[in-house]
Design a protein around this ligand. Structure first.
Ligand code: 3SK
Length: 510
């Protein structure tokens, strides 16, 4: 029996890190921190409020809504330490998007940053977005008499953690995915500790001297791990920033001497151009996930900083990264190998293992796995004990894994299998391309035709000439049959709230 929030916070104090910094914020370029002892007190006082003032009981589901800041981190940890189930949500979700989450998870209470209360009000009052299970909401980052901070100040500074079992639920993480309606992924206390003891321990080799920073929201398990749980489990510290641009992330690294950064490929691409203006020599790990990492981005980051990026793929279902490169162990075109603790296999439609260098479905198993909340899609997500992540991959003889596409993003054109992300990666190597997305569009003659949506960089005029130039560039870069026969120029690409390209929405632009 254990409680993962207590393991993370009280565990760090017990390990002697009480006086060390836990959470950093940067205001006007100046970093300041709260220590592990202060963090424990804030978590414990708030846990008293949840149980005594809000009347919540273990197992109740609590929606959390806020940007990356210490109050949001404290709310998450207090919720779990009190034995409640955290349902974190992206700060920008509107009431229409919150309603299916609240209804499905039967959320009874909300803890919300006071600046984001309008949408919660819309979920609580009668009307089309009313959520019948939602009985109360309380606000943090607020100094009113009823605020969570005011209530917490009156409470004792120590709270005995709820006596939970390792396989009690502590988290329901919703994923809108890139298609379909949101899915609630259930995670146990042991899943949270497992994610901390896998990728960060074997790949990052995190120590108490590490300082983590980056962009992924705490509401996304990529951020929950990288921006909060991984650093706490290692007795390290984390910089929580509400809003980051590529330039302000570089400033943050410089100001805090951060050693580990988590962000997505598009950020690295933009930061590489700006990096020479900053001293970011403290960095030792630059983790990229959330989307396929184009080789051009990996190379330009290495050139600008000297640091080899750590590419990874994870999912909300598996809770965090399960395939990753490791330090200098990089093989061109591969993401990396399966993270120690997990197993990976490439299988066909009937779950039969495929030989090396054959494209098939990725199947993964290990200490974490997909457990959807009341969802028929569970039947396709786990088969014979293996998680089918929905990605097509190839594995070589040495166990390096090469991402091809989401299973439903493989384009089959004139009998060729063409991975949309590979064509995107080739297009991105051209100076005229700021962003792009590639899909297959139904075609009588070829079955599907490779179609690219391209956001041109300023200074490059969209039109037939640019389209021809890009087609020739792709033919020279990868196998010529993969070139996009159709190129459409657009101002922006449709993305999910976590920044992933919504390829299905590109169909609507066609
Ligand atoms: O690769 C992802 O999208 C992801 C999702 C959840 C947690 C971690 C990661 C890297």
């Amino acid at each position: 029996r254990f409680n993962c929030a207590a393991e993370l916070v009280d565990g760090a104090v017990a390990a002697g890190h009480g006086q060390r910094p836990a959470l950093w914020t940067v205001t006007d370029g100046k970093p300041s921190a709260i220590t592990y002892l202060e963090l424990r007190q804030r978590v414990d006082r708030l846990a008293h409020v949840l149980i005594e003032d809000m009347g919540l009981v273990p197992g109740n589901r609590v929606l959390l809504r806020g940007p990356n800041n210490p109050a949001m981190a404290v709310a998450l940890l207090a919720t779990i330490k009190a034995g409640l189930v955290a349902v974190p949500t992206m700060p920008l979700l509107r009431a229409v998007e919150l309603k299916p989450v609240i209804d499905k998870a039967q959320v009874s209470a909300v803890l919300c940053d006071a600046r984001l209360r309008d949408e919660i009000d819309a979920c609580m009052r009668p009307g089309p977005t009313h959520c019948p299970t939602l009985a109360q909401a309380r606000y943090f980052n607020d100094d009113g008499p009823e605020s969570l901070e005011t209530l917490a100040r009156a409470k004792p500074s120590s709270f005995p953690a709820c006596d939970t079992a390792g396989d009690d639920v502590c988290l329901i993480a919703f994923t809108s995915g890139t298609t379909g309606s949101p899915k609630g992924c259930i995670h146990f206390h042991r899943d949270v500790l497992a994610m901390c003891d896998l990728f960060p321990r074997s790949i990052l080799q995190a120590t108490p001297d590490d300082i983590f920073c980056g962009t992924p929201p705490l509401a996304f398990t990529f951020g929950l791990g990288g921006m909060l749980c991984f650093p706490l489990r290692a007795g390290a510290s984390t910089v929580l920033s509400e809003k980051l641009t590529p330039a302000s992330l570089l400033e943050t690294i410089q100001a805090t001497r951060a050693t580990v950064v988590f962000t997505a490929p598009t950020f690295y691409r933009q930061m590489a151009a700006l990096a020479p203006g900053y001293d970011i020599s403290s960095l030792r790990h630059c983790v990229s996930a959330g989307e396929a990492l184009p080789d051009a981005t990996r190379q330009s980051w290495k050139q600008a900083t000297g640091v080899e990026m750590t590419d990874g793929i994870g999912s909300t279902e598996m809770i965090h990264i399960f395939i990753s490169s490791a330090g200098q162990d990089v093989r061109r075109g591969a993401i990396g190998k399966v993270v120690p603790g997990y197993q990976a296999c490439i299988v066909d439609e009937s779950m039969q293992p495929l030989p090396p260098r054959t494209v098939g479905r990725l199947a993964v198993r290990g200490p974490t796995g997909c457990k959807y909340l009341a969802d028929d899609r569970q039947a396709n997500a786990v088969r014979q004990g293996w998680n089918l992540t929905g990605d097509s991959f190839m594995m070589d003889e040495d166990g390096y894994l090469y991402y091809q596409a989401r299973t439903d993003d493989m384009i089959i054109s004139a009998g060729y299998n063409i991975a949309g992300p590979e064509v995107e990666s080739a297009l991105l190597q051209h100076e005229a391309v700021a962003e792009c997305g590639v899909i297959g569009v139904a075609d009588e003659e070829r079955g599907q035709v490779v179609t690219a949506f391209v956001v041109p960089r300023p200074g490059f005029a969209p039109g037939d000439d640019l389209a021809k130039t890009l087609q020739e560039h792709v033919k020279r870069t990868i196998a010529p049959y993969k070139y996009p026969r159709v190129i459409r120029f657009v101002d922006a690409l449709p993305r999910t709230e976590t920044g992933k390209l919504k390829r299905f929405a590109l169909r609507g632009l066609n």
